[in-house]
Design a protein around this ligand. Structure first.
Ligand code: SF4
Length: 493
């Protein structure tokens, strides 16, 4: 059995996506075209997210007025963000009263430094980690491994991601891009056991391995779905029980959470929990809801000796400062917008080049990491509105994507050719005769191209070639809409 997880080759499907994402110029176009042509990927993603999408719709029907509850949840998050300094102060006071220690980290580097120091000071070497998107955001597991710790992802999906040196491709279901056969092959190689693709057998194999890690661990890492300012506790939801082990077994417990995860009161938590699991997996509530904070109290049978809460900024206050985009920080990472998105279903999560894929990723990745590098992501949307309709905290994703497109133009981030084309279009549309003439020339060219392929256009000029890369376009109609309109008006006069 392989014990070291460092220096293993990446999953072949992920390698190119990660290289692209790491490069100074992220080429969404290339990676998304590759992903859209991968039938295995499309099937795996489509089947899994559709199940969650349908489950969400059914479970929302359980609620007397789900829309009003979504409005309330959005208002709670917005109110907290608008008064974040006040609620963070309350949270810090109450975590401290509970006996916990609070640390603030400006960015990923600082967070990693803080966490490594906590581990070092307590002489910890064996870390069990439950699923947290923010630790993926800063690549924490890798930093702990490099520092010599034995780090194990204990969520089954994350464990599979870890041993295949892959990256999660969904906020809730990290291995949504993998099928059963590829997981069976991976387990057979990793554990050096015969190939067996029975899901129960695979789960038991992982369970046996992880049990031992739980028993021997001295350092627990979690994220946090919510931080309740009123009581100074972290609330985390999960289905596998691995997180409960992570918060109860090790001597030292660290929760790494983004500052935007604060909510004011326990009653607000009840609102959020009603929506989170329903929106994420179509469950009324997750199997486990872990609410914890502070070290083990006298008389308690389990819990850590030390509890540390690391609150990370990593670009969040920059977004907070901007009233236009502040709303994006409401996100509770339920993944419902991914499941609803026709683009995500076709290309999966890796093509977005960040740990935050789908519509919310197309929005927050450029905000966190720079619009220049990720300028293509706001275009990766049909603006159909399905994400807004699915969002439990009513983030108006399409509106913000349009605003980002506006920023791209205003900041001259789009290329000179694209700008010239749109300028010419805007200018020509003022002169109907010229505009119609251009339309006629275009139609002649398109008919000529269609003639070569039995009435289908398969090769548009470079500027529009994306359209025909994964689909054919029919020949233009003999009579244009304008011509038919004119003809109809003439006849009805
Ligand atoms: S934007 Fe809304 S729907 Fe998407 S992950 Fe965040 S909370 Fe869920």
């Amino acid at each position: 059995m392989s014990d070291t997880l460092v220096n293993q080759p990446l999953d072949e499907n992920t390698e190119q996506f990660l290289e692209e994402a790491a490069s100074s110029k992220f080429d969404f176009h290339t990676v998304s075209v590759k992903a859209a042509g991968d039938e295995r990927l499309k099937n795996a993603v489509g089947t899994a997210v559709l199940r969650q999408y349908v489950g969400r719709q059914q479970r929302l029907l359980d609620l007397p007025d789900s829309d009003a509850l979504r409005k309330l949840a959005g208002d709670i998050k917005q109110h907290t963000l608008d008064h974040l300094d006040y609620y963070l102060d309350r949270l810090v006071d109450n975590v401290t009263k509970n006996g916990g220690q609070v640390h603030f980290a400006r960015d990923g580097a600082e967070a990693k430094q803080i966490i490594l120091k906590i581990a070092n000071d307590a002489h910890c070497t064996r870390c069990i980690k439950s699923k947290t998107m923010v630790s993926e955001e800063i690549n924490l597991a890798h930093a702990l491994e490099v520092a010599g710790m034995d780090v194990v992802e204990t969520d089954l999906g994350e464990f599979i991601v870890q041993i295949s040196h892959d990256k999660p491709s969904h906020l809730v279901a990290p291995i949504v891009h993998k099928d059963r056969a590829s997981i069976a092959k991976l387990f057979s190689e990793y554990f050096n056991t015969p190939y067996n693709d029975d899901p129960y057998a695979l789960t038991m194999q992982a369970r046996k391995y992880l049990r031992d890690k739980f028993r021997k661990s001295d350092f627990g890492m979690t994220g946090g779905n919510f931080l309740v300012a009123e009581t100074g506790v972290v609330a985390c939801v999960e289905n596998e029980g691995n997180q409960r082990q992570s918060v109860t077994t090790p001597r030292i417990l660290v929760s790494l959470v983004g500052i935007e995860k604060v909510i004011p009161r326990m009653t607000d938590l009840a609102v959020m929990l009603k929506l989170l699991a329903r929106s994420a997996t179509g469950q009324p509530i997750t199997i486990y809801t872990n609410i914890f904070g502070g070290p083990r109290a006298p008389g308690e049978k389990d819990g850590p000796e030390e509890f540390h809460l690391v609150l990370i900024d990593n670009g969040r206050t920059e977004i907070l400062k901007d009233p236009e985009y502040r709303e994006t920080l409401r996100c509770i990472r339920c993944g419902a917008c991914l499941n609803a998105c026709p683009i995500y279903r076709k290309i999966g999560g890796h093509a977005y080049g960040s740990v935050y894929p789908g519509p919310i990723g197309a929005l927050i990745t450029p905000l966190f990491q720079g619009l220049e590098k990720f300028k293509d992501l706001p275009q990766a949307s049909s603006l159909c509105g399905a994400c807004y309709e699915a969002c439990p905290v009513k983030i108006n994703i399409p509106k913000h994507l349009i605003n980002l497109r506006r920023d791209i133009v205003n900041q001259h981030i789009n290329g000179p050719i694209e700008r010239a084309v749109y300028r010419f279009w805007a200018w020509s549309i003022q002169f109907p005769v010229l505009y119609q003439l251009i339309g006629k020339v275009q139609a002649i060219d398109l008919r000529r191209r269609a003639k070569r392929n039995n009435g289908w256009i398969r090769d548009l000029p470079k500027i529009a070639s994306g359209w025909t890369q994964v689909r054919d376009m029919p020949e233009p109609a003999k009579h244009s809409f304008h011509a038919r309109w004119r003809e109809r008006s003439r006849l009805t006069k």
